[in-house]
Design a protein around this ligand. Structure first.
Ligand code: FE
Ligand code: FE
Ligand code: ZN
Length: 300
């Protein structure tokens, strides 16, 4: 089972620290941002500790193809403002080049928000942005996985048809998809009661061959809420059984499954604790642990 979480990439250890963090959760894949997710400041590649990262990946038997990068979520290819769009295109181009230099194969990207201009204009902007990025990085083999979105605000990509429209028009094998369980549920796909139907629809409209990453998150809100608030595995409205089914689905064995569930607050110390080691252990056991949150707080 390929299971991991998003991990940090900061301090002096950078990507070396990312691998060590993933290993501390017993993960065999992981996702990182190349810098802070909410800004576009990037350290020079030479400071990211890439050789050290590669040594550790070898040591712990993690395939570099199972390391996923996430583009910062503040860049928006969908909106119309030319200056902002060009900035987004330049920045994502740079990130793709960074991925290539570091040896990463996949970068996850939120398609963007049309901010009032309508879905069609949003899609047109995303398509032309992606085409330009792919052209400017044609010397690389880095894939861009556009993520299924919850439909919060004016987000584009909250249904499979919109993503397929982008994929079809860009028409490149380098465009892949990241399926986020919380987002698809929040956008109205009933994974709980219609598991087979949802994935049949995904396969029919987009195709499993495009699926490159799965984000496994429970949802704090109900089906179709369009809210996008992640919950710990088994502690939301999707539930352990369905999420475990996604993770162990034979069709997805080769795909990195990444947890982006929230840190747990210890109310006594105000410490924020990563849940991933516990969630991964619970997933591997196949049994829901109703005491998971207490176990995390008590370091059990
Ligand atoms: Fe995302
Ligand atoms: Fe996600
Ligand atoms: Zn989300």
């Amino acid at each position: 089972m390929k299971i991991g979480s998003h991990v940090g990439n900061a301090g002096t250890d950078m990507l070396k620290g990312s691998v060590l963090e993933a290993v501390s959760y017993d993960a065999n894949c992981f996702m990182v941002y190349l810098g802070a997710p909410q800004n576009t400041y990037r350290k020079p590649l030479s400071q990211l500790k890439i050789p050290e990262m590669r040594d550790l990946l070898d040591k712990y038997n993690i395939n570099i193809n199972d390391v996923v990068v996430h583009a910062p979520y503040i860049v928006n290819l969908a909106q119309g403002d030319l200056e902002k769009r060009n900035f987004a295109i330049d920045f994502i181009t740079k990130e793709v080049k960074y991925c290539y230099e570091a040896g990463f194969k996949t970068i996850v990207l939120h398609p963007g928000a049309h901010v009032g201009q309508g879905i069609d204009t949003g899609i047109t902007n995303i398509v032309s942005g992606l085409i330009e990025i792919l052209e400017r990085t044609s010397h690389t083999d880095v894939n861009i996985a556009i993520e299924t979105m919850a439909g919060k605000g004016s987000e584009v990509g909250s249904n499979f048809s919109e993503l397929q429209e982008i994929i079809k028009t860009v028409n490149s094998p380098r465009i892949k998809v990241c399926f986020d369980t919380c987002h698809t549920f929040d956008s109205g796909y009933d994974l709980v009661n219609n598991y087979d139907g949802v994935f049949q629809e995904f396969d029919k409209i987009i195709g499993f061959e495009r699926l490159a990453v799965i984000h496994v998150n429970d949802s704090k809100n109900v089906l179709g809420s369009k809210k996008d608030r992640h919950a710990n595995i088994g502690f939301g409205n999707i539930g352990f059984e369905t999420l475990h089914r996604v993770i162990t689905d034979k069709r997805f064995v080769h795909i990195p499954k990444i947890l982006e569930t929230p840190y747990v607050l210890n109310p006594h110390t105000n410490e924020s604790l990563p849940p991933y080691k516990y969630e991964i252990a619970m997933i591997k056991s196949g049994q829901f642990n109703p005491n998971l949150i207490e176990d995390i707080i008590n370091h059990k």
